[in-house]
Write a protein that binds this ligand. Sequence first.
Ligand SMILES: [Zn+2]
Length: 175
Amino acid sequence: MPTEADFAKPRFITGGCLCGSLRYRIDFHDSHDFLGASGTCQCTQDRKATGSLWLQYHKVTPPSKFTFTSPTTSLKHYNASPGAARGFCGECGSFLCWKPVEDTGRVTISVGTVDSLYLFGEGADGKEVPEGGFGFALANGGGDHEWCGNEIKGVTEGLSILGHERGKRWDGDPE
Ligand SMILES: [Zn+2]
């Protein structure tokens, strides 16, 4: 079992939308903080955008790098709030990422769009992916847990726990 003290860290991962039109790759710098970058959000915007009660996200900040490796013809943006663009596929609806409108190189990705190979090692034969993949590195919950004020009692409360307390809880947006 991976633990916060010992888990496999990827050098890079790939992911994409449900229909496959949008593909991306993330290259992680040696300094990338896999614990601090992994969080959840229960805001109403993320619920509506994902159709799920919480968003499991991972923050990619320079010098780590997010790059589209496919054409971005089907990439659409929706600004649910000023200053923030939500990137999704106009063909299949997958919500891929969230970023400041002003390009800072900072992108927050929906961890559910990461390829199964990297999430849990499916199809890992001969590839540089350990058994079990890098799901822990991406979704350990060591970072912020946002909008916990929107928790649904008995259902989504204590998302940061997953065995024990991890990360910081915020009633709203930590920023
Ligand atoms: Zn798509």
